[in-house]
Design a protein around this ligand. Sequence first.
Ligand SMILES: Nc1ncnc2c1ncn2[C@@H]1O[C@H](COP(=O)(O)OP(=O)(O)OP(=O)(O)O)[C@@H](O)[C@H]1O
Length: 286
Amino acid sequence: MPQALVGKEISMSALNTVLSFARQQAPQYQLQDRVQRQPGPVDLAIQRVGKTFQLAGENLNVLSDINLDIRSGEFISIVGASGCGKSTLLKLVAGLDTQYEGDIVYQGKRIEGTDLGRGIVFQEHRLFPWLTVEANIELAFSATNVSKPERRKRVQAQIDLVGLSGFEKAYPHQISGGMSQRVAIARALILRPQLLLLDEPFAALDALTRLKLQQELQRLWEHQGLTTILVTHDVEEAVFLGDQVVVMQSHPGRIKRIVPVSLPRPRIRTAPAFHAIRDDVLTDFV
Ligand SMILES: Nc1ncnc2c1ncn2[C@@H]1O[C@H](COP(=O)(O)OP(=O)(O)OP(=O)(O)O)[C@@H](O)[C@H]1O
């Protein structure tokens, strides 16, 4: 069964239990206080991008003719079957792989390598087990000339923002998977990137933690005005968070269609309009 359909196995009563728990846990949104977001200018332009790997002497065409404009402050979700090239595309945008055809232009410059202005979070948290929560986050400053007191101040503020106050001195083995992912997100955000890249950051988490972190991610995104790209297998997550859901298909990996999600935030997962968009996207996987 495609990963994207796994969520369909949950019964309505189980889903409602999960949702009411998540609502209690989630930070309370003040709808009247929220700034109306306006789409900004194009921040990231992916133009005619292709990627071929060499595998056992053969050429493996993984991405072909990818074209996508992402506006400043937009949240883009990318879904698609396993192996369609989602992570490969994200790595190209991160600058972790610079061997590609076409152009990826971020804020007017072709991406030629990694940059502190682009933060990335992977499925595994990649924390150093011998460092505390605060030391793992502070590590992000190692290539900068930010002063020690300023680092400390920003680390504490970021820890507070992701809800980890009190766990500053804990080691990764002393905190849960969800908390570890929050540390990874804090580490990605501490340098105040303008572009946040997320590669299935919640895939290894249980359903409750996942819902809670989706809400927290939305809060951080709104708070910091980040342009965000999320790769996920979870269609519901994609619709809950995305301004647009990019559906990819395989062999070679390419964009099948882009589904706009204009529902107001925070989105109500049980609302018919939400179901309609989720079900529409799911038709690409059945
Ligand atoms: N370094 C590499 N060398 C050769 N082939 C690679 C390399 N990295 C990825 N691939 C291949 O590229 C294809 C796309 O991989 P990618 O990880 O981007 O897919 P994905 O859509 O993110 O998959 P999943 O959803 O399972 O994570 C796969 O066939 C994979 O085997």
